[in-house]
Design a protein around this ligand. Sequence first.
Ligand SMILES: Nc1ncnc2c1ncn2[C@@H]1O[C@H](COP(=O)(O)OP(=O)(O)OP(=O)(O)O)[C@@H](O)[C@H]1O
Length: 558
Amino acid sequence: MSATDTLPKSLKWTCDPAISQLISCMDSLGPHYRTEHLDSDPVEDFEEILHLLSRRELNSVVKIHNIILFCNQEQCPCVSNSCQIAIEVMEDVRPLALMIEECRELYAILTTPHIRSLMASHDIVAQRDYIPKLNQYPEEVDEDEESMKIVQLVKSHETVSDGTKDTEPIVGATIKADEETGKILIARVMHGGAADRSGLISVGDEVVEVNGINVQNKSPADVLQILQMAQNTITFKLIPNEGKPVIRESRVRLRALFTYDPSDDTFIPCKEAGLSFVKGEVLHIVSQDDQFWWQARKENDRNMRAGLIPSRVLQEKRVLRMRDEMMSNQNSEESEDFDREEIPTYEDVARLFPRPGFFRPIILIGPNGVGRHELKKRLLAIDLTRFSSVIPHTSRPPKMGEIHGMDYYFDTRSKMLADIASGLYLEHGEFKGNIYGTRITTIIEHIEKGLQPVLIPHYQGLKVLRTQEIKPFTIYVKPPERTRLILSRKETIGTSKSFTESDFDEMILQDKRLEFHYGHLFDVTVVNDDIDVAVESISREISRLDQDAQWVPSTWVQ
Ligand SMILES: Nc1ncnc2c1ncn2[C@@H]1O[C@H](COP(=O)(O)OP(=O)(O)OP(=O)(O)O)[C@@H](O)[C@H]1O
């Protein structure tokens, strides 16, 4: 009696043909094999393996695997980013959820853990679509070719963002020569590229032939030339890398705190494989396997190819080197104010969804005299029930008519000094022998009351405010270019301040320095040219916070 005969009748039909064959082979061989583990019983092990192979669960898993592996084009999923689409749908229906029942229901469905897990699994399968397929193996294979694989890929002709054609590293993989042997090896497989989608090429595979041309004694440049010359399809003969690493797509999202252009980078292993991005863009990091070069794609980019970006370590090294060079050329007075400790590379981010009754405090930051007080005044005038001004503390005695908690919080000098020393103040200063300052707890009280404080701190206060508790939204108020700046400020808007030429120069200089040193901390930039237009832009940005999910440091949404 064979092992399959022992299966209950209801299970027989589910048995995968390959497993069934394996069971028959085992049956005919019997439990006569050697084992290195002296304490294990061969008969018991044999029975256990048979039992495992006969299990319905295993057979179902193999069946699903085969369906995914051999699915034809019609069975391929039409999207591979259902999680992303679901988030976008949630953002769209959320404002309507209070009014329309169907929107409420859809929102609830999309947030259930089961549906989210189902979509995540769907995307994982979809992102590895198995096209193009493996070329047929030749029927007669030389004995010494047995350990080779032949892979045929379609050469990419997709248009990339800069409008040029075919700048992908041809098949979504980069090559290198092994330092010791000179063999041509697959150096990187770009996520989402043709090689990755085929699932048939791995890092470390040795390239033996390209389109029938033996490349064993050729340089990477020669091979690249062959690849460039190829039309439509490229056939590789590869010796598989034995220790093939398992690549898992990471779910990390990072906000770039610097701008990167691979075409300017002399160190990138393959310029065409690079991904350019600008400061503030959110990147989906798909692989951090390499210490120096990560693979990423832009968030919301439906083009599934990933590109190379410098890793955090590499970027930090570069910034340090650049700073050293700048320090040696710069006069020390100019830079002493700025934070030299922090090296802006990438910031881990997550989505913060709007929450009824919670408003993110607004920070207006900008060079001296750019108009932050004026803008704050105008914002408060729009809606006094929503926007608030945080009342400062002072050690000065109250003047006639001043009310504690309305004009200032009046406190003793010794208490204020002690609180400042304990880090309870966002900022403080001394004027005519009296201390003035804003307490962090006062800001939190406003948030808890459902108000939206508008803050105009010194730029050094930015880091103190960017916390999980406060979750501020930072608007950089930028002066317009010089001619417009002078013109707009001459068309006085009814205040006493008059600017000199050197005030304008100083404002422009400060603008450059603030953007350079603190630009990575700004959520948006608004140019204060025409004041009404600036107020309108700021209001628009603020109302977006009520509607859309925002990318914030991931520690804020734990
Ligand atoms: N867009 C504008 N057009 C014309 N004048 C403006 C504009 N914005 C601000 N001003 C004027 O410029 C002067 C300086 O503005 P404000 O005091 O608001 O600057 P600030 O950024 O708060 O300065 P500081 O940070 O040094 O206190 C004020 O007289 C203000 O009315």
